[in-house]
Write a protein that binds this ligand. Structure first.
Ligand code: PEP
Ligand code: MN
Length: 289
């Protein structure tokens, strides 16, 4: 029994719906597919991504500008310059953007430029950060900790809810196990469980779960089949050149094909994917790399 007063399901049919924009919401009949690179690298890169993916259709873009890297010598993200890039593609393509916040001091700037604040796996139990997010005026995408139990995950969401922000979307992104053939183990049982024990939308990140691009599409389809409310998937105009997580990045073409392949799976479980052009405009724009 998980003692989460606010996150727990009180009625079996209650589902919280969390709006990302006028036309995009998590937890309704429509799935929310979020696509984009692990890391924002340039305006040109993000424009290419936005142009291709808004027609895919994906409903939101991702791209990290504050990056939690294993090595302190690895690229740490573009910071504020990256936020400006996200804000530019967001307004030019009228598409919501999601990006990670690593510390309390980054919340204000990220909330001013993005539609949703991502809390990475490594920060799932950064309790002071979770409390501060309770006061943020933007929806939160809370990723499951690298080795967090379902109870710890739900209680992390409870921190945000109990500090005043009811807009929390949970994200299963795989957990550590003994087998390192896949980067992590995608816990789809947790997705089914979280849908039953909480009223919050639950999405899946197959990219960080498997860590290998050839395994992403089947896991994305499995996630939709088991009731996920959406997906967040890494893709890049030149996957092999990605500055981070290159091995798991899909090409933009593969991402478009993946979204297409999700449609019959979504239909089989009573869901659908918002068509391209609904609420989105894609005017070609400058392409300065
Ligand atoms: C990411 O989304 O790029 C990321 C770092 O994910 P996670 O926190 O799940 O490892
Ligand atoms: Mn990544």
């Amino acid at each position: 029994m998980i003692n989460a007063k606010l996150a727990s399901q009180s009625h079996p049919h209650h589902q919280t719906v969390i709006k990302l924009s006028e036309t995009v919401a998590f937890g309704g009949e429509e799935l929310v597919i979020i696509g984009g690179p692990c890391t924002v690298e340039s305006l040109g890169q993000m424009e290419t991504v936005a142009q291709k993916l808004s027609a895919a259709p994906v409903q939101a873009l991702r791209g990290g500008v504050y990056k939690p890297r294993t090595s302190p010598y690895a690229f740490q993200g573009m910071g504020e310059e990256g936020l400006e890039i996200l804000a530019a593609v967001r307004s030019r393509y009228n598409i919501p953007v999601v990006t990670e916040v690593m510390s309390i001091s980054q919340i204000e700037a990220v909330a001013a430029h993005a539609d949703m604040l991502q809390i990475g796996s490594r920060n799932m139990q950064n309790f002071d950060l979770l409390k501060a997010l309770g006061e943020a005026k933007k929806p939160i995408l809370l990723k499951r900790g690298l080795a967090a139990t379902i109870e710890e995950f739900v209680m992390a969401a409870e921190y945000i809810l109990s500090h005043g922000n009811p807009h929390v979307v949970l994200c299963e992104r795989g957990i550590r196990s003994f087998d390192n053939y896949t980067r992590n183990v995608l816990d789809l049982g947790a997705v089914a469980a979280l849908k039953q024990i909480t009223h919050l939308p639950v999405i899946v990140d197959p990219s960080h779960a498997v860590g290998k691009r050839e395994l992403v599409a089947p896991m994305a389809r499995a996630a939709v089949a088991c009731g996920a409310d959406g997906l967040i998937i890494e893709c890049h105009p030149e996957p092999e050149k990605s500055v981070s997580d290159a091995r798991q990045a899909l090409s933009l073409e593969d991402m478009v094909n993946l979204v297409d392949s999700l449609k019959p799976v979504a239909a089989a479980v009573g869901r659908n994917i918002l068509e391209a052009g609904v609420g989105l405009k894609s005017t070609p724009i400058l392409c300065a790399a």
